[in-house]
Unconditional design. Sequence first.
Length: 208
Amino acid sequence: MYTPRHFAAEESAGLDLIERNGFGALIMQGADGKPEISHFPFVLDRAGNRLLAHAARANPIWKLMDGTREATAVFQGPNAYVSPDWYEKPAASVPTWNYAVVHIHGRPAALDDDGLIDVLVRLTSVNEARLAPKAPWKIDKLDPAFFAGLRKGIVGFALPIERIEAKLKLSQNKTTSPDFARTRDALAALDDPDARAVARMMTTLQPK
């Protein structure tokens, strides 16, 4: 991923983004040389340094997951358009885009049934926690026979994290000018959740 030094982020920032935005695209090279791309809700296992997810058994991408083939998982955080009108000299500026993205590289492998159950428990636990104060739904609420039949149609997999590329393009190249604060404040004032999220990231980011 092309990442100018101003926008390169620490690996920890990339992992934090994945925990907030776990829905990603997994890209692998198929047997025919063409890319296989599928979208999954992932859960980050920090202790195991891996990502976990599951695929429909009918999805051909899981058959590529033998632990030797390379894959890239792409995650996107908030993003927003930046207008030149927000700069001190708009006639000498052009539009741009602020955004946060993370690429995770590794070699995924399919899991056995116990591994699949672990994936499902982790996924539901993490995402149900976001719905508090609602009481969390849990796997053990399922009818055992129904759950057993359900598992026959899906495959769990783990993507060991071999390399992380994290990019936060948040106007860091303008931190020495008033344009940084002007852009942050303009985004924060918009009636757009993504724009306001970008503004919050700009506020908390440690500029390079």
